[in-house]
Design a protein around this ligand. Structure first.
Ligand SMILES: [Zn+2]
Length: 225
């Protein structure tokens, strides 16, 4: 199962990727994670990546593509993988097709309204670091107060409703050509992900099996929280 996960902020990409990683023992490959790891290990590559990140620039395609190419050469990708955060340009999508054959791009479709609610509801305790959501579980027992220490819960600037709307629109501006590319090559699968993770996960799994993309046997049972 070689798939690319695409979804706007608030789509729950990370959660779905983790589920398939754990249940089917295939790697969840996030370019963001690889970049952070290279930077923290202070490798040559990490230093190059860091210089772009520090200037607020996107890491150039050639570096990103090389990173993904090297990662996909690792033996743990033999049965498949889930790519997250890559490709994010049309050029990268085309390069990926030269490296390997992608079975499908899964577009987790989330309405702007739901994305805003999910992300702007996310609040964190500045004292103990616990994370809550004002609209979904785990909700704080009292309005905007930490259950453990009573501190006033804070929202990240990035999660302010206006900022989320902006991020959502930027996402679709960026990804429109990529979605189009996978659609034109008959590999785009769209899944409505407005409902809860508990409802969407089995649906997504069934779609992958029915489309003969997921042919692996589970390597362990995974419970949905
Ligand atoms: Zn707290």
């Amino acid at each position: 199962m070689k798939i690319v996960l695409i979804g706007p902020p608030g789509a729950g990409k990370g959660v779905y990727a983790q589920y398939f990683r754990d249940k089917y023992c295939i790697p969840h490959i996030s370019t963001g994670d690889i970049f952070r790891e290279e930077i923290s290990k202070n490798t040559e590559l990490g230093k190059r990546i860091k210089s772009y990140v520090e200037q607020g620039l996107l890491v150039p395609d050639e570096i990103t593509i090389e990173v993904v190419k090297r990662r996909l050469e690792q033996p743990d990708t033999l049965n498949g993988f889930i790519l997250d955060g890559f490709p994010r340009t049309l050029n990268q999508a085309k390069a990926l097709d030269e490296i390997t054959s992608i079975d499908a791009a899964i577009h987790l479709v989330v309405s702007e309204e739901v994305a805003v609610k999910r992300l702007s509801g996310r609040v964190i305790c500045p004292v103990c670091g616990r994370v809550y959501n004002l609209y979904y579980e785990p909700k704080p027992k009292f309005d905007e107060q930490c259950d453990y220490d009573g501190a006033k819960l804070m929202r990240r600037k990035d999660d302010e409703p206006e900022v989320v709307k902006q991020r959502y629109r930027v996402f679709y501006d960026t990804f429109a050509p990529i979605l189009e590319y996978y659609k034109n090559t008959s590999r785009l699968i769209e899944v409505n992900a407005d409902k809860s993770i508990k409802e969407i996960t089995p649906l997504l799994e069934r779609i992958l099996i029915e489309n003969k993309i997921l042919k692996l046997k589970p390597c362990r049972e995974v419970k949905l929280e």
